[in-house]
Design a protein around this ligand. Structure first.
Ligand SMILES: Cc1ncc(C[n+]2csc(CCOP(=O)(O)OP(=O)(O)O)c2C)c(N)n1
Length: 680
């Protein structure tokens, strides 16, 4: 019976669709979008034709009819988010953005893949209006879309009121075989199904082809069954049939099952270039040499980058309809703001990433006897910060009990409690990192997520993208060295922290005591142009009461600071980070009055300071320098120079109590003293 009802509803919606839906013009638009992709790839002599051609009818339905957006305000809060996870098909987006009236001109399309163009090889967030996520590494966009769906659910719960609905949009993601083969997608969709994210519509461009070969060479799964098992509602449709695709899309959009939606859209890759269509040759640019005849066959004139007056007219009329919806929403939004000034202020703060300037002062100073791990200090710091920043979100990959980043004043995010600020990601580090990026793209909320530092490798692809896309994501990664102890070398990061420091625009902060931890959290929150990774210790560290708390906190913001100034004429500098700060301070006392200790919680921050500050902290005249970190040593040579020495660990760790491992690997004050003396 339910089945019959649904069929009936679909038929009804078909009738409504037919009234407003002009298949003739959209079909023409699909071919003109194909033409734009063909011409752009031909001129660039590179790029991917397969997806823009194969998905052209879907593009026409979505951008010419079904999606909610307004090109003159690409950041409209209640727009549907469209994520092209299969980022290699970027010309799909550029073509539709051009046709729908985003600020992507014919010239921009002609400049496809050229230096500083608005139309880079893969979609890049911030470079092109309308791009919702930087995609290309396959599967990441699926994770981002899931993150956006979580953020949208939170936004609905936090900002909608019984009188006013401000947020009710969808997250629509287009993914190919490659995206769904990647493990990241499995992690993310399993989470989406479990969380019943029914605002997510995942469209699978099912064309039986990947890059090297037909997809059957590498996959034979029952994809529909797989997604049903994850808890999705599954639809299958001919992706070239405009009406059928719209009907299916609307069924997914209006579904009341409470499940995320999965549309298997059967398409022919590179449709329109018969020489390569339906084959793996259609995936990339191989079809470009057949473009001239193909263009004619689909009714395009000789003029390149052609858009007909009829299609232009359709899209300008469509834009007026979109404008009506946009303006109706704006009126409602204005009324909501008036009725809810406090909520409006909170939303504004979220949108603009505003953090209280006095954040540091909201964190109580630690008591003088706080000999605690920096992960525990992090937990203590997180609570007042979470109060001061109500849009801060904190999740963990099933390790809240160890990473200690649970916001105690709040509860879990669940299908029953969409406002919960703690997210249980399950043991899905890669999925977590991509979902955090989805939050970052969505804006409004400040996402943070946690796991053990050694598992950063599981998150790395997404961390790299957060850095590239300048997302203010925070990673709270604990158990930051061989000090982890008994769990042994599998769990003891050695190369991890330095390898993360190599990612451009990722700020890695490794605080050395509770007050530095307070500074580290504040630094992470105050940063809005990229991600921050907090590396926190499992083991307890002494609190450095000899250094004023304010100096420790503010020192972190600059990356490095003088933790202990020489009392005589400066002749030696000892640099240390994180849990090794204690050893540097002990060693300095033993060596004599010409020794300065510099704490370096963040190398990246320090290297971005003015040269005058760098020289003040590390006077160039003093070349007798020793650095210590319980990790690979190479990165420190840029601060100690050729005359200096670095104490580090150039091997994997050991299974034994943490203190024993540290001693065995000579991460000790004695070794620092010895190294300084060896420099003469
Ligand atoms: C993580 C990752 N691995 C490999 C690639 C290289 N690559 C780009 S597209 C592609 C094939 C994707 O196949 P599919 O998703 O079916 O796309 P279609 O052929 O339909 O365009 C590959 C292997 C990539 N971009 N990302």
């Amino acid at each position: 019976m339910r089945c019959c009802l649904r069929t009936a509803n679909r038929d009804l919606s078909k009738i409504n669709i037919a009234m407003a839906f002009n298949t003739e013009i959209l079909s023409r638009a699909a071919n003109e979008a194909r033409g734009l992709a063909m011409d752009a790839v031909q001129v660039a002599a590179s790029g991917h034709l397969g997806l823009p051609l194969g998905a052209a009818e879907m593009g026409a339905v979505l951008f010419g009819h079904a999606l909610r957006f307004y090109p003159d305000d690409p950041n409209w809060l209640n727009r549907d988010r469209f994520v092209l996870s299969a980022g290699h098909g970027s010309m799909f987006l550029y073509a539709w953005f051009h046709l729908t009236g985003y600020d992507v001109s014919r010239e921009d399309i002609k400049n496809f893949r050229q230096l500083h163009s608005k139309t880079p090889g893969h979609p890049e967030f911030g470079d092109t209006p309308g791009i919702e996520a930087t995609t290309g590494p396959l599967g990441q966009g699926v994770g981002n879309a899931v993150g956006m769906a979580v953020a949208a659910k939170m936004a609905e719960a936090r900002f909608n009121t019984p009188e006013h609905t401000i947020f009710d949009h969808k997250i629509v993601c287009l993914a190919g075989d490659g995206c769904l083969q990647e493990g990241i997608a499995s992690e993310a969709v399993a989470f989406a199904g479990h969380q019943k994210l029914d605002n997510l519509i995942l469209i699978y461009d099912s064309n039986d082809v990947t890059l090297d070969a037909m997809a059957k060479e590498t996959q034979s799964e029952d994809t529909a069954g797989r997604f049903r098992a994850y808890g999705f509602e599954v639809h299958t449709v001919d992706g070239h049939n405009l009406e059928a695709f719209l009907t299916t899309y609307l069924a997914a959009k209006t579904s009341t099952t409470g499940k995320p939606q999965f549309i298997i859209s059967r398409t022919e890759i590179a449709k329109g270039i018969p020489e390569v269509a339906g084959t793996s040759k259609g995936h990339g640019e191989a079809g470009a040499k057949f473009v001239d005849t193909s263009r004619k066959a689909i009714g395009l004139p000789d003029e390149k980058f052609y858009v007909s007056p009829e299609v232009i007219k359709h899209f300008s009329e469509h834009k007026l309809k979109l404008k009506e919806k946009y303006e109706a929403w704006q009126a409602n939004f204005t009324a909501w703001r008036k009725a809810n000034p406090e909520l409006a202020e909170l939303l504004d703060r979220g949108v603009h990433h505003e953090i209280p300037d006095d954040l540091l002062s909201k964190i109580p100073v630690f008591s003088a006897d706080s000999k605690i791990a920096t992960r525990k200090a992090g937990s203590d710091v997180l609570q007042p910060i979470a109060e001061a920043v109500p849009l801060l979100i904190s999740g963990s990959a099933d390790l809240h009990g160890s990473t200690l980043n649970y916001i105690q004043s709040d509860k879990d995010f669940t299908p029953q409690n969409r406002a919960g600020r703690n997210i249980r990601f399950g043991i899905r580090e890669h999925g977590m990192a991509a979902i955090l990026n989805g939050f970052g793209y969505y804006g409004i909320f400040r996402p943070s997520g946690a796991t053990f530092l050694v598992f950063a490798d599981y998150c790395r692809a997404s961390i790299r993208l957060a850095a590239l896309a300048k997302l203010p994501v925070i990673y709270i990664f604990t158990h930051d060295s061989v000090g982890v102890g008994e769990d042994g070398p599998t769990h003891q990061p050695v190369e991890t922290i330095s390898s993360l420091r190599l990612i451009p625009n990722l700020d890695v902060i490794r605080p050395g005591d509770p007050e530095e931890t307070a500074g580290a959290f504040a630094a992470a929150l105050l940063r809005t142009d990229g991600p921050t990774l907090l590396a926190l210790s499992r083991q307890a560290l002494p609190i450095q009461n000899d250094i004023p708390a304010d100096v420790r906190r503010k020192g972190v913001l600059k990356g490095a600071y003088v933790a202990c100034k020489e009392t005589g004429i400066l002749n030696t500098i000892i640099l240390a980070t994180g849990s090794e700060l204690q050893h540097a301070l002990v060693a300095a006392k033993q060596i004599g009055d010409g020794v300065r200790v510099v704490s370096v919680p963040s190398l990246d921050r320090f290297l971005h300071q003015e040269k005058s500050y760098q020289d003040e902290v590390l006077p160039p005249t003093c070349r007798k320098r020793v650095a210590i970190e319980a990790g690979v040593p190479e990165i420190w040579y840029q601060l100690v120079g050729l005359d200096g020495k670095v104490i580090g660990i150039n091997r994997f760790g050991l299974s034994a109590p943490g203190g024993t491992v540290m001693k065995e690997l000579r991460i000790t004050a004695e070794h620092v003293v010895e190294a300084v003396r060896s420099l003469g």
